[in-house]
Design a protein around this ligand. Structure first.
Ligand code: CTP
Ligand code: CA
Length: 227
Protein backbone atom coordinates (compact mmCIF):
# COMPACT_ATOMS: atom_id res chain seq x y z
CA UNK A 1 0.00 0.00 0.00
CA UNK A 2 1.07 3.64 0.50
CA UNK A 3 3.53 2.65 3.20
CA UNK A 4 5.38 0.49 0.66
CA UNK A 5 5.96 3.28 -1.89
CA UNK A 6 9.20 5.23 -2.24
CA UNK A 7 12.89 4.63 -1.62
CA UNK A 8 14.00 2.34 1.22
CA UNK A 9 17.40 3.61 2.41
CA UNK A 10 16.79 2.02 5.83
CA UNK A 11 15.96 -1.47 4.56
CA UNK A 12 17.66 -4.06 6.75
CA UNK A 13 18.12 -1.55 9.60
CA UNK A 14 16.51 -1.72 13.02
CA UNK A 15 15.28 1.24 15.06
CA UNK A 16 13.94 1.86 18.55
CA UNK A 17 11.77 4.90 19.19
CA UNK A 18 10.35 6.05 22.53
CA UNK A 19 7.28 8.24 22.60
CA UNK A 20 4.73 9.77 24.91
CA UNK A 21 4.98 10.48 28.61
CA UNK A 22 5.57 8.07 31.45
CA UNK A 23 3.20 7.93 34.39
CA UNK A 24 4.74 7.44 37.81
CA UNK A 25 2.09 6.33 40.29
CA UNK A 26 1.49 8.12 43.57
CA UNK A 27 -1.26 5.66 44.46
CA UNK A 28 -3.65 3.56 42.34
CA UNK A 29 -5.51 6.64 41.07
CA UNK A 30 -2.89 9.40 40.92
CA UNK A 31 0.38 9.88 39.06
CA UNK A 32 3.06 12.39 38.14
CA UNK A 33 3.98 12.90 34.50
CA UNK A 34 5.39 15.24 31.88
CA UNK A 35 3.11 16.66 29.21
CA UNK A 36 3.34 14.76 25.94
CA UNK A 37 0.83 13.75 23.28
CA UNK A 38 3.14 11.19 21.63
CA UNK A 39 2.49 12.81 18.25
CA UNK A 40 6.12 13.58 17.40
CA UNK A 41 7.48 10.21 18.55
CA UNK A 42 4.79 8.18 16.81
CA UNK A 43 5.34 10.18 13.60
CA UNK A 44 9.07 9.44 13.75
CA UNK A 45 8.45 5.71 14.20
CA UNK A 46 6.18 5.78 11.14
CA UNK A 47 8.67 7.83 9.08
CA UNK A 48 11.55 5.44 9.84
CA UNK A 49 9.35 2.46 8.90
CA UNK A 50 8.40 4.20 5.66
CA UNK A 51 12.10 4.33 4.75
CA UNK A 52 12.30 0.57 5.30
CA UNK A 53 13.52 0.31 8.91
CA UNK A 54 12.27 -2.44 11.20
CA UNK A 55 10.93 -0.23 13.99
CA UNK A 56 10.00 -0.97 17.58
CA UNK A 57 8.02 1.82 19.20
CA UNK A 58 8.07 1.94 22.99
CA UNK A 59 5.17 4.13 24.00
CA UNK A 60 4.02 5.52 27.29
CA UNK A 61 0.32 6.19 27.90
CA UNK A 62 -1.08 8.25 25.01
CA UNK A 63 -4.54 8.74 23.52
CA UNK A 64 -3.43 8.58 19.87
CA UNK A 65 -3.55 5.20 18.08
CA UNK A 66 -0.53 2.94 17.53
CA UNK A 67 1.05 3.67 14.15
CA UNK A 68 -0.15 1.09 11.63
CA UNK A 69 2.08 -1.88 11.04
CA UNK A 70 4.66 -0.93 13.68
CA UNK A 71 5.54 -3.21 16.59
CA UNK A 72 4.49 -1.19 19.63
CA UNK A 73 5.36 -2.00 23.23
CA UNK A 74 3.14 -0.23 25.74
CA UNK A 75 4.63 0.82 29.06
CA UNK A 76 3.57 3.04 31.89
CA UNK A 77 6.62 3.92 33.98
CA UNK A 78 10.17 5.02 33.16
CA UNK A 79 11.75 1.83 34.50
CA UNK A 80 9.47 -0.25 32.26
CA UNK A 81 10.36 1.97 29.31
CA UNK A 82 14.06 1.52 30.04
CA UNK A 83 13.67 -2.27 30.26
CA UNK A 84 11.70 -2.40 26.99
CA UNK A 85 14.30 -0.26 25.19
CA UNK A 86 17.24 -2.33 26.44
CA UNK A 87 15.43 -5.54 25.43
CA UNK A 88 15.60 -4.29 21.81
CA UNK A 89 19.39 -3.82 21.70
CA UNK A 90 21.36 -4.24 19.55
CA UNK A 91 19.78 -1.81 17.11
CA UNK A 92 21.13 0.45 14.37
CA UNK A 93 19.10 3.48 15.39
CA UNK A 94 17.66 4.83 18.65
CA UNK A 95 15.45 7.92 18.76
CA UNK A 96 14.35 8.86 22.25
CA UNK A 97 11.40 11.19 21.95
CA UNK A 98 9.52 10.27 25.12
CA UNK A 99 8.93 12.89 27.78
CA UNK A 100 10.11 10.62 30.57
CA UNK A 101 9.15 11.70 34.08
CA UNK A 102 12.41 12.69 35.75
CA UNK A 103 11.31 11.39 39.13
CA UNK A 104 9.09 8.67 40.49
CA UNK A 105 7.43 8.47 43.88
CA UNK A 106 9.85 6.50 46.03
CA UNK A 107 7.18 4.22 47.47
CA UNK A 108 3.81 4.51 45.80
CA UNK A 109 0.84 3.71 48.02
CA UNK A 110 -0.98 0.42 47.51
CA UNK A 111 -4.30 1.99 48.42
CA UNK A 112 -5.81 5.33 47.51
CA UNK A 113 -4.45 8.03 49.78
CA UNK A 114 -7.39 9.74 51.52
CA UNK A 115 -7.36 13.47 52.00
CA UNK A 116 -8.15 15.00 55.33
CA UNK A 117 -9.97 18.25 54.55
CA UNK A 118 -8.14 21.28 55.90
CA UNK A 119 -4.97 19.31 56.60
CA UNK A 120 -1.77 19.62 54.59
CA UNK A 121 -0.94 16.47 52.62
CA UNK A 122 2.15 14.43 53.41
CA UNK A 123 4.99 15.54 51.10
CA UNK A 124 5.89 13.17 48.29
CA UNK A 125 9.30 11.59 48.47
CA UNK A 126 10.80 11.31 44.98
CA UNK A 127 13.57 9.20 43.46
CA UNK A 128 15.34 10.04 40.19
CA UNK A 129 14.32 7.86 37.26
CA UNK A 130 16.87 6.17 35.00
CA UNK A 131 17.96 8.33 32.05
CA UNK A 132 17.12 6.07 29.13
CA UNK A 133 18.82 8.17 26.45
CA UNK A 134 21.98 8.46 28.49
CA UNK A 135 21.98 4.72 29.18
CA UNK A 136 21.61 3.93 25.48
CA UNK A 137 24.17 6.58 24.45
CA UNK A 138 26.83 4.99 26.68
CA UNK A 139 25.81 1.35 26.25
CA UNK A 140 28.25 -1.33 25.11
CA UNK A 141 25.66 -2.12 22.43
CA UNK A 142 25.24 1.55 21.55
CA UNK A 143 23.28 2.01 18.32
CA UNK A 144 25.20 3.60 15.43
CA UNK A 145 22.87 6.60 15.49
CA UNK A 146 21.52 7.86 18.81
CA UNK A 147 19.10 10.79 18.71
CA UNK A 148 17.59 12.64 21.65
CA UNK A 149 15.16 15.48 22.01
CA UNK A 150 15.48 18.49 24.27
CA UNK A 151 12.30 20.19 25.29
CA UNK A 152 13.34 23.59 26.61
CA UNK A 153 11.71 26.81 27.63
CA UNK A 154 14.91 28.90 27.55
CA UNK A 155 18.58 28.84 26.37
CA UNK A 156 17.61 26.20 23.83
CA UNK A 157 20.90 25.88 21.96
CA UNK A 158 23.07 25.88 25.03
CA UNK A 159 20.89 23.36 26.87
CA UNK A 160 20.78 21.24 23.72
CA UNK A 161 24.58 21.18 23.42
CA UNK A 162 24.93 20.17 27.06
CA UNK A 163 22.48 17.30 26.52
CA UNK A 164 24.30 16.18 23.35
CA UNK A 165 27.49 15.84 25.33
CA UNK A 166 26.11 14.36 28.58
CA UNK A 167 23.89 11.79 26.96
CA UNK A 168 26.35 10.57 24.35
CA UNK A 169 23.96 11.39 21.50
CA UNK A 170 24.87 12.06 17.87
CA UNK A 171 22.03 14.52 17.48
CA UNK A 172 19.77 16.50 19.79
CA UNK A 173 16.56 17.80 18.31
CA UNK A 174 15.87 20.82 20.46
CA UNK A 175 12.55 22.59 20.60
CA UNK A 176 11.06 25.51 22.42
CA UNK A 177 8.09 24.25 24.39
CA UNK A 178 7.21 27.54 26.08
CA UNK A 179 3.41 27.64 26.49
CA UNK A 180 3.09 30.52 23.98
CA UNK A 181 4.59 28.39 21.17
CA UNK A 182 1.66 25.95 21.31
CA UNK A 183 4.05 23.07 20.55
CA UNK A 184 2.90 20.96 23.49
CA UNK A 185 -0.01 18.85 22.39
CA UNK A 186 -0.13 20.59 19.00
CA UNK A 187 0.46 19.20 15.51
CA UNK A 188 3.34 21.49 14.53
CA UNK A 189 6.90 21.82 15.73
CA UNK A 190 9.90 24.10 15.24
CA UNK A 191 13.19 22.43 15.96
CA UNK A 192 16.92 23.03 15.92
CA UNK A 193 19.28 20.18 15.10
CA UNK A 194 22.30 20.23 17.38
CA UNK A 195 25.34 18.11 16.54
CA UNK A 196 29.08 18.28 17.22
CA UNK A 197 29.42 20.25 13.98
CA UNK A 198 26.88 22.94 14.79
CA UNK A 199 23.25 23.98 14.73
CA UNK A 200 20.77 23.64 11.90
CA UNK A 201 17.45 25.46 12.22
CA UNK A 202 14.35 24.07 10.57
CA UNK A 203 11.25 26.18 9.90
CA UNK A 204 7.97 25.48 11.69
CA UNK A 205 6.59 22.29 10.16
CA UNK A 206 3.92 19.69 10.78
CA UNK A 207 5.19 17.05 13.21
CA UNK A 208 4.84 14.57 10.33
CA UNK A 209 7.18 16.67 8.19
CA UNK A 210 9.69 17.02 11.03
CA UNK A 211 9.54 13.22 11.33
CA UNK A 212 10.11 12.68 7.60
CA UNK A 213 13.05 15.05 7.48
CA UNK A 214 14.54 13.50 10.58
CA UNK A 215 14.20 9.99 9.15
CA UNK A 216 16.00 11.20 6.01
CA UNK A 217 18.73 12.80 8.12
CA UNK A 218 19.19 9.52 9.98
CA UNK A 219 19.32 7.50 6.75
CA UNK A 220 21.93 9.82 5.25
CA UNK A 221 24.16 9.77 8.30
CA UNK A 222 23.81 6.06 8.90
CA UNK A 223 24.65 5.22 5.32
CA UNK A 224 27.69 7.49 5.26
CA UNK A 225 28.81 5.84 8.51
CA UNK A 226 29.43 8.95 10.58
CA UNK A 227 27.69 11.99 11.97
N1 CTP B 1 15.26 11.16 28.51
C1 CTP B 1 15.30 9.80 28.79
N2 CTP B 1 15.14 9.36 30.07
C2 CTP B 1 14.94 10.24 31.07
C3 CTP B 1 14.87 11.62 30.80
C4 CTP B 1 15.04 12.05 29.51
O1 CTP B 1 15.50 9.00 27.87
N3 CTP B 1 14.79 9.79 32.32
C5 CTP B 1 15.49 11.61 27.13
C6 CTP B 1 14.27 12.21 26.47
O2 CTP B 1 13.54 11.22 25.79
C7 CTP B 1 14.93 13.19 25.51
C8 CTP B 1 16.18 13.63 26.23
O3 CTP B 1 16.46 12.62 27.18
O4 CTP B 1 15.34 12.54 24.32
C9 CTP B 1 16.12 14.96 26.92
O5 CTP B 1 15.02 14.99 27.79
P1 CTP B 1 14.81 16.27 28.69
O6 CTP B 1 13.69 16.06 29.62
O7 CTP B 1 14.78 17.47 27.78
O8 CTP B 1 16.21 16.33 29.46
P2 CTP B 1 16.66 15.90 30.90
O9 CTP B 1 18.00 15.29 30.77
O10 CTP B 1 15.62 15.11 31.60
O11 CTP B 1 16.88 17.28 31.63
P3 CTP B 1 15.81 18.39 32.16
O12 CTP B 1 14.43 17.76 32.17
O13 CTP B 1 16.31 18.72 33.51
O14 CTP B 1 15.89 19.53 31.17
CA1 CA C 1 13.44 15.75 31.82
Amino acid sequence: ALLDAGPKPLAGRTAIVTSGPTHEPIDPVRYIANRSSGRQGHAIAAALAKLGADVTLVSGPVTIPDPQGIRTIHVEQAEQMRDAVLSQLPSDIAVMVAAVADWRVTTSAGQKIKKTPGEAPAPLQLTENPDILRTVGHHEKRPTIVVGFAAETQDIEQNGRIKLEKKGADLIVANDVSPETGVMGGTRNRVKLITESGVEEWPELDKDEVAERLANWIAEHLNQGAV
